[in-house]
Design a protein around this ligand. Sequence first.
Ligand SMILES: Nc1ncnc2c1ncn2[C@@H]1O[C@H](COP(=O)(O)OP(=O)(O)O)[C@@H](O)[C@H]1O
Ligand SMILES: [Mg+2]
Length: 364
Amino acid sequence: MMTKGQLRRAWQRPLYPNVTVLLGDPRLPDLSKRDGRFHEEDLAACAAMKAAFASLPGYAFRYLDDHSTMLDELRTGPLQFVINFCDTGFCNDPLRELNLPAYLEMLGVPYSGAPPAALVLAWDKSVTRAAAAALGIAVPREVWIGPQDDVAAALPEEYPAFVKPACGDGSVGITQASIVHDRCAAEQRVRAVRAQLPGRAMLVQEFLCGTEYGVGVIGNPERALTVLPPLEVDYSALDPALPRLLGFESKAIPDSPYWSQIRFREARLDASARALMEVAATTMFARLGLRDYGRFDFRADAEGRIKFLECNPNPAWANDGKLAYMAGFAGLSYADMLRLILEAAQARCATEAGGAMAIPDRAG
Ligand SMILES: Nc1ncnc2c1ncn2[C@@H]1O[C@H](COP(=O)(O)OP(=O)(O)O)[C@@H](O)[C@H]1O
Ligand SMILES: [Mg+2]
């Protein structure tokens, strides 16, 4: 972990001063949000991000959020460097999150964040889990149930269990009902989420009832990869009658107790537990081919054994997101966090292009 002082000293002159930022389209439906659309809290997060970027010296930022014209704007430029903060997917379709970076690659434009291949791998939590297990990282036991599979025949014997879509973001399909205490409830839950997300495979996992952690990473393995101080989910103020989980309500429903009563704090960990998660996070970052920044979720089982849950390439950039909390634990402001992501991405792209001076400037 670099100290705040070291991070500050690492400030560098912009390699690509003209930055175009891609965002989700607030005009279009977004099924990962409450009532399927953008709300004032989303616009406030966007305004805070723009204000923080504006405070960074030496850069000029331009924002594209209209997806009806975005591809034409990207094709015709001018473009020097793109920050891909479009974590909703093209046209706010999560299945098309990888299409924008794929398009930027075809255009030859340097951009921040994960390439399409990493987005594909991380989208499927069962694939990610298999990769982690193969690397010796502890993972929950699970069964995978395909969209056409006979649910009853596939169910595990062990309960309580946790039912969730095998692929997804923003906890769509994850609620209190995800925790099931017997086969009958598990079968009902799989069928209910199948109806909500047709064609999506399901996971029935060992229920991890212990402490939940997040680990944030900024940088790249070939230069410097900074692991931010891990975060712990604080459920102590949550109504004791409610099951402990970060489901859809915690991310999208402001009047839910899951939104208002759950806090994030710096994790209280001994050195070995911290090292275990740091190694798991940086190993998975490299294995899945993430770039510039990433976030990893873990949760402990009943014996306190910490297990890897999932990997988030291009994690939420919002000022109230988990990554911003972790940056805060390191003494960094939100603008510092955005600057570090921007610098990591630009340094990587400049190296890939053979040095900043050799970059073809598409009139940026
Ligand atoms: N096997 C599990 N046991 C206990 N809780 C789980 C399990 N899997 C997921 N959760 C809970 O559900 C939340 C969301 O699951 P996660 O797999 O991280 O999906 P998302 O992409 O929606 O963040 C987690 O933060 C955790 O609270
Ligand atoms: Mg998660």
